[in-house]
Ligand binder design. Structure first.
Ligand code: ADP
Length: 542
């Protein structure tokens, strides 16, 4: 081999924050902490405090490869932890506080976390799990002063990163060193740990910044409505540093009122989050007759974004929606921002593509296969299991021996995503369902996602969930559960008529039931398992 004659510089997360610190001292990071206090800082300060934190971590015995956990909201301290923990080669383990207490202690034990940094809101949680998590030698509360607590080995964050410490620059690590650890919610079985390397994070961050990714650049003011405790905040905390963008971190309050306030006071141009958040924002804007003039683009994903949401955002508020698909195993898996390709198409054709879950972005290859592992037609209608591979796709899970998570294809392993999808000849994917949620009626598949998306287009329907329940004749039939606007009576005919134009007639739900609440998993997805259990004895109308 004739080697290329380039410098041997490793792709490290510390390089991102060093870049932002050197060049973007006047670019703000605006954060609301868990007490509601607003902090205005900038990239140079974030870098400096992250270096102080690294020094303090070493003082507490943290070494390369040690796992250090966070249970925290989106604020400046969590951002410092992103860089301070990874900068010295220890592993940032973001824990999702919405998981059940048992799952949280299971995860901390599995990861063998040495230290855990928690927002004061999670003090009761830490106190409850402390006796069952022996690997943790120090709990650090993200406050100025230590609040009253029964935790024996607790300290306050601001005491820990004592300003008198002489800081050292980041060490030069191998880019394959582990950088972050994030567990999937594990709706079936135990949670699985996805461990990303520095190289993987830098590469996926680069992809996120590209024009057809999220086009993150230094002119932007970004509101991070994706929790930093899940899927590394969709790489945006890293992308904002790589690009030198202004970053707005909302803290615990993700109410539509708070988000709209941040958008308007901080001139937010771009934001990202799951559809539920934007559904409530749109409802709030309508009710209060408010506008969001600075916001021009949103990345929506994590679950399927209903087309009606995208249409309203674009038509009524001038916000273009990039619909993305992804998962913890790779962060962003597809991109939906192909403006240059679809600009010349009719409005309807543009919208049709926008409603799909994006298409391949360089770095994550996608493939659809049937039950025998054979590739299915890219015809936009034939469903198959979605597979993925690429330099930032998980090759295996942390301390888990399970060969069923990947294929043994002749051209090497692919990650089995567990999603059933269709793909068209341009590579646009549509997620039909999670394999375990698809409704099987008379041997054919019905997409619960498509039913739900059509149902939220009906007047007065705030949220909808379709589940397959046992049926004597068809095996399973869809039941539609709807959450209605306050005071709106259930009008089954109106809802079914709104769905009818979008789906085959045999897909129409056999029954519609109004519910007071639709349950969600720890990662904000509709909890179909709970609903199936709740309606287990449901009797279909004769
Ligand atoms: P977890 O598996 O922990 O719930 P993830 O956030 O990793 O959490 O979830 C990834 C899953 O979310 C995907 O496999 C897919 O089922 C779903 N998902 C993500 N984006 C979309 C989308 N745009 N449309 C439909 N489903 C999506």
């Amino acid at each position: 081999m004739l080697r290329g004659l380039n410098m041997d510089r490793q792709l490290l997360i510390s390089g991102l924050i060093d870049y932002a610190g050197r060049n973007h001292s006047s670019t703000e990071v605006v954060a609301t902490d868990s007490t509601g206090t607003l902090h205005r800082t900038n990239w140079t300060n974030i870098r400096w405090r992250a270096l102080q934190l690294s020094t303090a971590l070493k003082r507490h015995g943290i070494q390369q490869g040690d796992r250090v956990a966070t249970i925290a909201w989106n604020d400046h301290r969590h951002l410092e932890l992103y860089y301070g923990i990874t900068g010295i080669g220890s592993v940032l383990h973001t824990v999702n506080p919405r998981l059940r207490e048992q799952q949280i202690s299971w995860i901390i034990n599995h990861a063998e976390d040495q230290m855990v940094f928690i927002d004061p809101d999670f003090l009761p949680l830490a106190e409850a799990v402390a006796s069952e998590t022996p690997s943790v030698h120090t709990w650090v509360i993200l406050t100025n002063e230590l609040p009253e607590t029964s935790l024996e080995n607790a300290i306050a964050y601001e005491d820990m990163i004592d300003r008198s410490d002489a800081v050292e620059e980041w060490p030069l690590l191998d880019e394959w060193s582990a950088a972050t650890l994030c567990y999937t919610s594990g709706t079936t079985g135990n949670p699985k740990g996805v461990m990303q390397s520095h190289r993987s994070i830098v590469l996926q961050t680069w992809a996120t910044c590209t024009g057809d990714g999220h086009d993150v650049n230094s002119s932007q003011s970004i509101l991070l409505a994706v929790p930093m405790f899940h899927v590394n905040g969709w790489a945006i905390p890293f992308a904002a540093a790589m690009a030198g963008s202004k970053l707005v971190l909302p803290g615990p309050d993700l109410s539509p009122e708070a988000l709209v306030r941040h958008i308007n006071t901080e001139n937010v141009t771009f934001s990202a989050g799951v559809p539920t958040i934007w559904l409530s924002v749109v409802q709030y804007l309508k009710e209060t007759d408010t506008d969001i003039p600075s916001l021009n683009r949103l990345a929506v994903g994590g679950s399927a974004a209903p087309r009606s949401l995208m249409d309203t955002l674009e038509d009524d508020y001038g916000v273009f929606v990039s619909h993305v698909w992804g998962m913890t195993e790779m962060t962003q898996g597809s991109a939906g921002r192909f403006t240059h390709r679809i600009q010349g198409l009719s409005r309807e054709e543009q919208r049709r593509r926008q409603a799909m879950a994006g298409r391949e972005l360089y770095g994550v290859e996608l493939r659809l296969v049937d039950g025998d592992g054979e590739e299915v037609e890219r015809d936009g209608v034939t469903p198959g299991e979605l597979l993925a591979r690429g330099p930032w796709v998980a090759a295996s899970y942390f301390e888990l021996d399970d060969e069923s998570t990947h294929t043994s294809s002749p051209d090497g392993p692919w990650l089995r995503t567990g999603d059933v999808a269709t793909m068209d000849d341009e590579g646009y994917i549509s997620i039909v369902d999670r394999a375990k949620d698809v409704i099987k009626s008379g041997g054919e598949w019905i997409s619960s996602i498509e039913l739900e998306n059509a149902a939220v287009g009906a007047p007065g329907v705030l949220e909808a969930a379709a589940v397959g329940l046992p049926h004597q004749r068809w095996g399973e039939r869809p039941l539609l559960l709807v959450l209605l606007e306050a005071g709106k009576p259930l009008n089954t005919t109106e809802i079914l008529e709104s769905i009818r134009p979008h789906v085959a007639s045999w897909w129409l739900p056999d029954e519609v039931v109004a519910v007071d609440e639709i349950p969600h998993t720890g990662t904000g997805k509709i909890d179909k398992k709970v609903l199936r259990d709740q309606f287990a004895g449901f009797e279909w109308p004769k």
